[in-house]
Design a protein around this ligand. Structure first.
Ligand code: NAI
Ligand code: ENO
Length: 355
């Protein structure tokens, strides 16, 4: 049972977990060394400030601080007897677990964890209760971890709407190097190249560039920590990506397009392996309708209301808006059976709809 929890670190991840737990009726006590972050998290309804002496230990304590701060925060929480089970959310596991053991943390009650939901923003103001819905949540128990503690951490992940996945810490770090850490560095490299572009070039930017560079907006201090804690595995992926790019550049110089086509083909195949928002598996084949929206307050709200009135669930939405233009385009993804109904309803409501 998880009926009570302590969250240490009320930033993006800690507050998002706390909000999700509150929605499921869990009692949540919060703490952060930054009083402004703690106050905002409390105001958002994520819980109440942790008092010095809890009447009894909580079912679980979640340490949601930057990777380097996890071992000391965990040891402190365990020394205070804040909970029966402890977990953390750091993006890297091997170095954090090793340092926790070296610091003398109790390893039996500690379940190293990593929720695979996140954003490129920091702090409680960016937190969302649905941040982990349908996402994987890695749990990396050590040989010392009590199996009962793993069950409690599994429940925590499930209460947040995530899919817990038990994985060895070394395999975890190699996996996230491939699917999260190296992509972050590549995104940063693409975004950094934009510093050489003039205003005209940037004005021509479209959704593809936004997709590729969104994660580059992440916090530099946090990512410096993540990359340095997982240096070897990340470097290995970056070397592979760099080799592909170097080969493509050389091929473009010499006009040997086979190399480029091979990269594009492998890229498509890799893209098809990226899980969709509903978890493992390919992205479902949604039908997409493009709807022109005026750039005015409330337009999107009216569009969603019209879809709801037509009884159609919008599975995903993407908005393209070129700076300076009075119009944008919303791409609504719906199950194929609902497309015609939505198209008719929106057209009848005066919206300009395109397939
Ligand atoms: N940002 C993301 O998308 C994801 C981050 N993570 C992991 O989550 C952890 C937290 O990251 P975010 O929430 O993004 O950062 P954040 O900067 O939004 O929040 C971190 C919070 O921890 C507090 N803090 C730092 N040291 C502390 C200490 N010793 N005691 C108490 N509070 C302390 C800070 O004041 C801050 O409020 C990191 O370990 C990160 O690797 C995991 C998944 C996704
Ligand atoms: O912004 C996104 O889409 C992310 O996926 C963010 C993220 C950042 C760090 C993690 O350890 C896990 C997820």
């Amino acid at each position: 049972m998880v009926e009570s929890a302590v969250v240490i670190g009320t930033g993006l991840i800690g507050t998002s977990i706390a909000l999700a737990l509150r929605q499921r009726g869990v009692d949540v006590a919060l703490s952060d060394r930054d009083s402004a972050a703690l106050e905002l998290a409390c105001e958002l309804g994520a819980g109440t400030p942790l008092v010095e002496d809890l009447p009894e230990p909580a079912d679980i304590a979640v340490v949601a601080v930057p990777p380097s701060a996890v071992p000391a925060a965990l040891r402190d929480a365990q020394q205070r007897g804040l909970a029966r089970v402890y977990t953390d959310v750091a993006s890297v596991k091997t170095s954090v677990v090793r340092q926790a053991a070296e610091l003398g943390c109790t390893m039996a009650s500690y379940v190293p964890g990593h929720p695979m939901g996140g954003r490129e923003k920091q702090g409680p103001s960016a937190a969302r209760a649905d941040l982990f819905l349908g996402r994987s949540w890695a749990l990396c128990p050590t040989p010392q971890t009590d199996p009962v503690a793993v069950k409690t951490a599994t429940l925590l992940a499930e209460l947040c709407g995530a899919n817990p996945l038990v994985v060895d810490e070394t395999a975890h770090d190699r996996a996230v190097a491939l699917v999260s850490h190296a992509p972050h560095a590549v995104s940063a490299a693409v975004a950094a190249s934009l510093l050489d572009g003039d205003d005209t070039a940037l004005a021509l930017a479209g959704q593809g560039l936004r997709d590729m560079t969104r994660i580059a907006g992440g916090d530099v201090d946090l990512w410096r920590e993540i990359l340095s804690h997982n240096a070897g595995p990340v470097a290995a992926v970056l070397e592979q990506v760099a080799a592909d790019l170097a080969a493509a550049a050389a091929a473009l110089r010499t006009g040997t397009l086979d190399t480029v086509v091979d990269l594009l083909r492998r890229g498509r195949a890799g893209h098809a392996r990226v899980p969709g928002k509903r978890g493992i598996g390919p992205t479902p084949d949604y039908a997409v309708l493009s709807v022109v929206i005026p750039d005015e307050p409330g337009a999107l709200g009216r569009l969603f209301a019209a879809a709801a009135e037509a009884g159609v669930n919008v599975e995903d939405v993407r908005i393209d808006h070129s700076p300076g233009l009075p119009l944008g385009v919303a791409q609504l993804s719906v199950v194929p059976e609902a497309r015609d109904r939505l198209e008719r309803a929106l057209t009848a409501g005066g919206w300009s709809v395109h397939r």
